[in-house]
Each structure stands twice: as C-alpha cells, then as structure tokens.
Write a protein that binds this ligand. Structure first.
Ligand code: 16C
Length: 254
C-alpha cells in the first residue's frame, strides 16, 4: 500500500482548467456537452423506457435493459435529493482522488495515472472481484466543471464526468478492462431565509447520476443485474453520507 503511494505521480504545477489546446480537451468537452444536452432533453421529453428498480422516496434508481452478444450493458440512472450540502460539495468529493477510497466500497485499489490539469486527471480503478466472473479494472479521466447559467434565476449546477480512455502507463493486461461513461450532475436549491442568512438548513442538492458501463467481456447477466441493483443505491447513500460528514460544521462551499 505504501509502495503504491510512493510510485503515484505527484501533482505537478498545472493549469487551473484543462486548456483548449490539450490533446484531451476536444473529447472532454464533447462528452460533457452530451451529458448536459441529454439531461435537458430528458427533462423536457421524459421517456418511458426507463424501469424504476429502486424507489426509496428521496432516492430512485432506473435502468434500461440492453444486451450485446449476451453481455448486459444496462444504462443506469439515479436521482437523489440530499439536504444540507451543495452541488459543488457533492461534485468536489465525487471528483477528488485523495478521498475516493473512503467512500468507494467496490474498489480494491485506485491510483492516479496522470494529472492533466487542476480539474482533470486519469486514474486506474481496480474493482473487487465478483464471483464467478474475472476481476475487472478501469482507466478513465475525471473532469469537474461548473455549469454556467443562461440566467440568474436558475439553480447553480456542477458536473463530474468519469470517462474511459487509454493510457500507455495503464495497459489492460492484468484484468478484464471495463469501459464506462459516468456523470454526476448536481443542482443546489436554496430556500432563502427571511433574515437573508443562508445556513445548511436552507440548502439541498438534487443529484442526477448516470452510468453506462460495459463490463468488457462475459459476465453472468443475472448476477451482474443483482449486483447493480444492490450496489448503486448503496453507493449513493454511502457517498452522500460521506459528503455530509466531511462538510458538517464547515463553511458552505457554494
Ligand atoms: O461512479 C462510481 N464510482 C466512480 C469512482 O470510482 C467511477 C466508477 C464507476 C464504475 C462502476 C461500474 C463497475 C462495474 C463493474 C462490473 C463488474 C463486473 C463483475 C461481474 C459480476 C458478475 O465512476 C460509483 C460506482 C457505484 C458502483 C456501482 C456498482 C458496481 C458493481 C461493482 C462490483 C463490485 C462489487 C463488490 C461487492 C463488495
């Protein structure tokens, strides 16, 4: 464990946001824009092909069943509202690498492969093995962005995208490589208090989480679907409680 930490690339002096000249910029920008467009059109034209598989009131998980050559690719979507934290705080902790292992229960290990800028890095996640399938890993960039508003009235939003990529320092040799396109989009809702002094009691965060994951090879569909149904709500509860703990009693990060 110690050795792994020593080998990890230290964060160099970096640009505050991914430069438009960076080789990854085009892909990052396109993927982020697609998520935002998808979210906006779904709100306007709700589609009925999403099946609700978990309904706990404040937390709902939906999926669409999709298979390719017997491999389940079910797109997942979850919505969740949490009081007392902002979208910026939720996105910050979902993105931050140094605290990932504190809330990620499905990982055996995680390491930074390369820092691209202050808001973008590439990492390698080794996922815990699920019997009887082979162990998986993933290599992906993580990017966090504030969404600029078209008007002052709308809620403040942030987005984090985790998107699979290839990297010379992370070849897919040891495990079955999964690929994914994951987005966490958060809106902060503020109920302005009469005295104008905003506290954590006046804020809540609406989270939309989407995950398109390709398990990258044979995986028994029934086991995978059961694992997803159990793990996605568990992740959202565990992760949002983690953000609540981390921010409790601290200044609000708007
Ligand atoms: O988004 C999440 N975490 C991010 C930061 O780490 C990142 C990771 C996303 C990957 C999520 C999908 C992993 C799918 C693995 C497929 C394994 C196939 C095994 C075959 C089974 C028959 O964006 C939060 C992710 C929330 C976790 C969702 C469910 C993942 C199940 C993983 C299985 C490990 C279970 C271990 C049980 C102790």
């Amino acid at each position: 464990e110690k050795k792994k930490k020593l080998d990890a690339p230290s964060k160099p002096e970096l640009a505050t946001s991914l430069s438009t000249e960076h080789p990854f910029y085009k892909e990052v920008d396109e993927v982020v824009s697609n998520h935002l467009r998808r979210l906006l059109t779904e709100v306007k034209e709700p589609k009925e092909d999403w099946m609700c598989i978990v309904d706990q009131g404040d937390l709902k998980v939906f999926k669409r069943e999709l298979e390719e050559n017997g491999v389940p690719l079910d797109p997942m979507k979850a919505v969740c509202t949490v009081k007392g934290i902002t979208g910026h705080e939720v996105c910050h902790y979902f993105w931050a690498f140094d605290t990932r292992m504190e809330w990620e229960a499905t990982l055996e290990a995680s390491r930074v492969v390369e820092w691209l800028s202050d808001d973008t890095f590439i990492s390698n996640n080794i996922i815990k093995r699920v019997w009887p399938a082979s162990q998986r890993d993933a290599c992906f960039w993580s990017h966090m962005r504030h969404i600029s508003k078209s008007n002052d009235e709308g809620p403040d939003s942030w987005i984090v995208v985790n998107y699979s990529c290839e990297h010379d320092d992370c070849p897919p040799t040891k495990y079955v490589r999964i690929t994914m396109n994951v987005a966490l989009i958060c809106e902060t809702i503020i109920e302005p208090p009469a005295d104008g002094n905003i506290t954590r009691d006046n804020i809540s965060c609406k989270i939309t989480y989407t995950a398109d994951v390709n398990p990258g090879g044979w995986a028994p569909a029934s086991v995978l679907r059961a694992v997803y149904k159990r793990e996605y709500p568990k992740f959202l509860r565990r992760f949002t409680s983690f953000v609540e703990e981390k921010t409790q009693g601290k200044g609000i990060m708007f």
